[in-house]
Design a binder for this molecule. Structure first.
Ligand code: CTP
Ligand code: CA
Length: 225
């Protein structure tokens, strides 16, 4: 479908999204991060904007970001910064979509001068980061709708459903890691999508752009039904 043929089913809807990795500083030159590229988040944002949504896109460092007149990109570095930005934009949003690969832990202290190497083991104490999806899920209003992702290696569906509950999400997208061609470094993903009413859809391995269409269709149906 071209831009002009696309149904404008999200006109008047405001969406807050998190995307990409976070970087947690160890010292001024080093960080703890992950391999998230932000491609999935970018594809979802563009699909929503093409259907008329206004998107606040909060992106971690060096991740792919969308360009579209209806999308505003806010760049952040750490999970704490992502949380603050997400909280501020979520308050006025109808939908929250958490695609970011947020670092679960951060160094307890950020050393202000570069660590010098020594001839012995280095220990860094890590403390938990805020869980953005959980915290915003807990403050979700009746009219608001949230979507999360789950990356699992064992008991995929059971764990994905647990996350749907514990984070008070309306929809969860399970990324099958146990599949060739799916995940961080690839342009393709194999997903299953679940909601709170025992609706589930299982999709084939597809491009992230096609996965984004399937997800936005699923959200559209949930909002209308
Ligand atoms: N998430 C988040 N903030 C965090 C951790 C996760 O917003 N600090 C969101 C992710 O964006 C994703 C969902 O929660 O939408 C699930 O992330 P995942 O890493 O699979 O789950 P965790 O709750 O972190 O549990 P674990 O990593 O132990 O499986
Ligand atoms: Ca995690």
């Amino acid at each position: 479908k071209s831009f002009f043929q696309q149904t404008q089913s999200f006109v008047g809807k405001k969406v807050m999204m998190t995307s990409g990795p976070t970087h947690e500083s160890i010292d001024p030159v080093r960080f703890i991060g992950n391999h998230s590229t932000g491609k999935m988040g970018k594809a979802i944002a563009l699909e929503l904007a093409n259907r008329g949504a206004e998107v606040e896109f909060i992106s971690g460092p060096a991740a792919h970001a969308p360009h579209h007149p209806l999308i505003r990109v806010t760049k952040v570095t750490s999970a704490e910064e992502m949380f603050e930005a997400a909280k501020a934009y979520f308050e006025t949003s109808d939908i929250g979509i958490f695609t970011a690969a947020v670092a679960d832990y951060k160094p307890e202290t950020m050393v202000t001068s570069k660590l010098k190497k020594k001839e012995r083991a280095l220990q860094i104490t890590l403390v938990p980061n805020p869980d953005i999806a959980s915290q915003l899920g807990a403050m979700k209003k009746k009219h608001q709708f949230t979507v999360g992702f789950a990356l699992e290696t064992d008991e995929e569906q059971v764990n994905a459903r647990k996350k749907l509950e514990s984070k008070n999400l309306d929809v969860i997208v399970l990324n099958s890691l146990n599949h060739e061609g799916a995940g961080f470094a690839h342009d393709t993903n194999k997903v299953s999508i679940f909601d709170r009413h025992n609706k589930e859809q299982h999709f084939e391995l597809k491009s992230k752009v096609e996965v984004a269409k399937d997800l936005v269709d699923f959200i559209e149906q949930s909002l209308n039904g």
